[in-house]
Design a protein around this ligand. Structure first.
Ligand code: TNX
Length: 667
């Protein structure tokens, strides 16, 4: 059987070889993305019919047949592994001759990469599943391999839960872009999404927010319980689904910070520190594990043991970002440990903790990944892989120090950042346009040869604290935020530094958009047009029942002059209000009213109403707030607009007030 297989390969390969020698020609029109290392056009074309047989390496057969099942005619497409190919791992050669197609991968990953390129040579309908049409494919030879081994995308399922089928869909899209790692952020302050059988309460309680859950909701659905978690069987299914497509799932349990959820389920894991929450109506922000409580390490060993059983990945990510060490300073046991060890910086306690947790994984034959802060003081063992997120400079530093580094800095690769000034999304790392994302270049960013050697690849990130409140406005907010930025990321991981060119990418992306449509991706098609009419600024005074941080900021707000808004010094209580008093009555206008940051529904009145009045005495309710905002049309003139909170608390210690955006009604 094996010989037979080889014989067929040889025959088709001969047919391919006689198709002619390479013709130097522009291959842009093929729109291949990521762009292969080498494409040679051979002249002529192959006529594909669904009747041809597809001969396929067993380990990828089930997946391949979802797209190309093949018929019972003579073999026309061969997909196989050939370890003797002289190319780096994940490489492949794809040849289309007049008699057939051969894709040879140097390994299984290479074969899958070749298959994903092959699909791009077919008409876009191939992405709709089992392709049953005739088509012509130009004869060519592609020789291709990636520049970087780690081409990743991160997905935060802790803040907003994604269902199994949503993750499957995302994995499918990633595979078509040759992204080979999905970094799954499974736990955070807002949720615990993985079933731990030895401690079932972790997911059963920690997977839900709002309603009677001890984990508060922050946005919108205040009294409603929402969330979810994955059973171990579901996660094993996702691991297999990803593996079929050449993707490794890297699980992350975020430690020792970002752990409010586990602190709500098992309060004893936190330091025995009473916090003064009086100003924030009882909000408890304690989210850091106690380092000196011995039982914590047994619990961690149980959790990580099960994580290793579910996820076969070489690396397990244990977080290490944004640890608030002030709890350890206040904890009698942690501060005693700090003194006994003669430490000079409380972050050293984090190193002790991280090393001990890392040992649990190393003992199970795994390697450990962490966020860049964990390595900041340089004392971690260098087998730890660092995911650099804060900025380019932080990534460069850890790479320079010799840690294997995944480069994923916020200003380039955080796909939760907004894509233009007036769109939704985070903004702490600025506006991340597609072009900005594509512009990453390690040479230009001053990486030394040594630092470059440490870089194992790149990753995008999608943090989801804003996903839920935005999701209702979009067909698919995750896809809107990540595509086509993932197309740029895919090339940065695949192509060498000096071979990328923005205009060349932009041109191929146009061709690729048809494919994304066929894949069913709701990608962002360009900058949305602004909807607003002409803005007017009638004389206004803003007052509030809330204590504010600065009178000056409030005065600026009344002058429509403060784009960031004015911060209060506590959260909202029921019946708190913000009043907009106009010098003259306003009418024939549309008014956009916002509490919280403008592009981020944080610091809002989570529930509330809009009331209007012409005399300042009797008010009519005209709208309810949705995620802290409302847009109202005012026909008959009024002098006062009031926002009134109908809930106590918003998950933050502040509210942001904003000036109203007023435009004339369109006729
Ligand atoms: C920073 S990235 C965080 C996340 C947030 C993200 C929002 C990282 C390791 N920490 O917790 O979700 O910013 O962009």
């Amino acid at each position: 059987m094996k010989n037979n297989f080889k014989h067929i390969i040889l025959c088709v390969a001969c047919a391919v070889a006689t198709a002619g020698t390479a013709i130097a020609e522009n291959t842009q029109w093929l729109g291949l993305l990521p762009k292969p290392v080498k494409v040679e056009l051979l002249g002529g074309e192959y006529r594909y019919t669904p009747a041809v047989g597809v001969l396929c390496e067993r380990s990828v057969r089930a997946y391949v047949s979802e797209y190309l099942a093949g018929g019972f005619g003579a073999t026309g497409v061969i997909l196989c592994i050939n370890p003797s190919l002289d190319m780096p791992s994940e490489g492949y050669v794809l040849e289309v001759g007049t008699n057939g197609i051969v894709v040879e991968g140097v390994d299984r990953a290479g074969l899958l990469n070749g298959f994903h390129t092959l699909l791009q040579l077919f008409p876009r309908e191939v992405y709709e599943g089992d392709f049953r049409r005739e088509c012509r494919i130009p004869c060519l030879r592609i020789t291709d391999y990636p520049a970087y081994h780690y081409r990743g995308q991160h997905l935060d399922v802790a803040r907003t839960f994604s269902t199994v089928s949503q993750v499957e869909e995302f994995l499918s899209h990633l595979a078509h872009h040759k992204i080979n790692h999905l970094h799954l952020h499974l736990t955070d302050d807002e949720g615990w999404r993985v079933e731990i059988q030895s401690h079932p309460q972790l997911a059963e309680i920690g997977g839900w927010r709002g309603g009677d859950s001890p984990i508060w909701s922050v946005y919108g659905a205040w009294g409603e319980r929402y969330g979810g978690y994955y059973t171990q069987d579901e996660l094993r299914h996702l691991v297999e689904y990803a593996h079929q497509r050449g993707i490794t799932i890297v699980p992350e349990i975020d430690l020792p910070g970002h752990s409010l959820t586990i602190g709500k389920v098992y309060p004893e894991v936190l330091c025995p520190v009473e916090m003064d929450n009086s100003r924030a109506v009882g909000y408890d922000k304690r989210n850091v594990w106690c380092v000196s409580r011995e039982e914590n390490y047994q619990l961690l060993d149980d959790i990580l043991g099960e994580i290793c059983d579910i996820f076969p990945s070489e690396y397990i990510h244990i977080g290490g970002d944004e640890v608030d060490t002030s709890y350890w300073q206040k904890c009698p046991h942690c501060s005693a440990l700090y003194r006994a060890k003669g430490m000079t910086d409380y972050h050293q306690l984090q190193e002790v903790f991280m090393e001990r947790v890392a040992d649990m994984l190393v003992g199970r034959g795994r390697k450990v990944a962490m966020w860049n802060e964990a390595a900041e003081r340089g004392n971690l063992s260098h087998s730890v892989r660092i995911h650099g997120w804060e900025g380019v400079e932080e990534c460069r530093k850890v790479a320079e120090a010799g840690y294997p580094t995944v480069v994923m800095p916020g200003p380039y690769f955080y796909f939760d950042m907004r894509q233009s000034k007036h769109e939704d999304g985070h903004n702490w790392a600025g506006v991340v346009t597609l072009e900005k994302c594509y512009s990453v270049n390690l040479d230009a960013l001053g990486y030394s040869a040594r630092a470059k050697e440490s870089v194992v690849g790149f990753s995008g990130a999608f943090w989801s604290e804003l996903y839920l409140p935005h999701s209702y406005k979009y067909e698919n907010y995750l896809e809107y935020q990540t595509f086509p930025r993932i197309c740029a990321l895919a090339e940065i991981g695949w192509m060498s530094e000096d071979s990328r060119e923005w205009s060349d990418f932009a041109e191929r992306l146009e061709a690729h958009k048809g494919r994304m449509e066929a894949m069913g991706i709701s990608f962002r098609r360009g900058e949305p047009a602004k909807q607003r009419g002409r803005q007017i600024t009638p004389s206004l005074e803003i007052t509030t029942s809330l204590p504010i941080s600065s009178d000056k900021a409030l005065a600026k707000l009344s002058a429509y002059a403060n784009d960031y808004g004015c911060r209060t010094t506590r959260t909202c209580y029921k019946d708190d209000w913000v009043l907009y008093s106009f010098a003259e009555p306003i009418g024939g206008v549309v008014v956009e009213l916002t509490t919280g940051y403008r592009h981020v529904p944080r610091g809002v009145f989570p529930m509330g109403v809009v009331e209007v009045s012409s005399d300042g005495k009797t008010y009519d309710e005209v709208a309810t707030l949705d995620n802290g905002s409302a847009t109202i049309a005012i026909d008959k003139p009024v002098r006062y607009i009031r926002l009134r909170s109908t809930a106590t608390g918003n998950g933050d210690r502040f509210v942001y007030l904003q000036f109203p955006i007023i435009t004339r009604q369109r006729k």
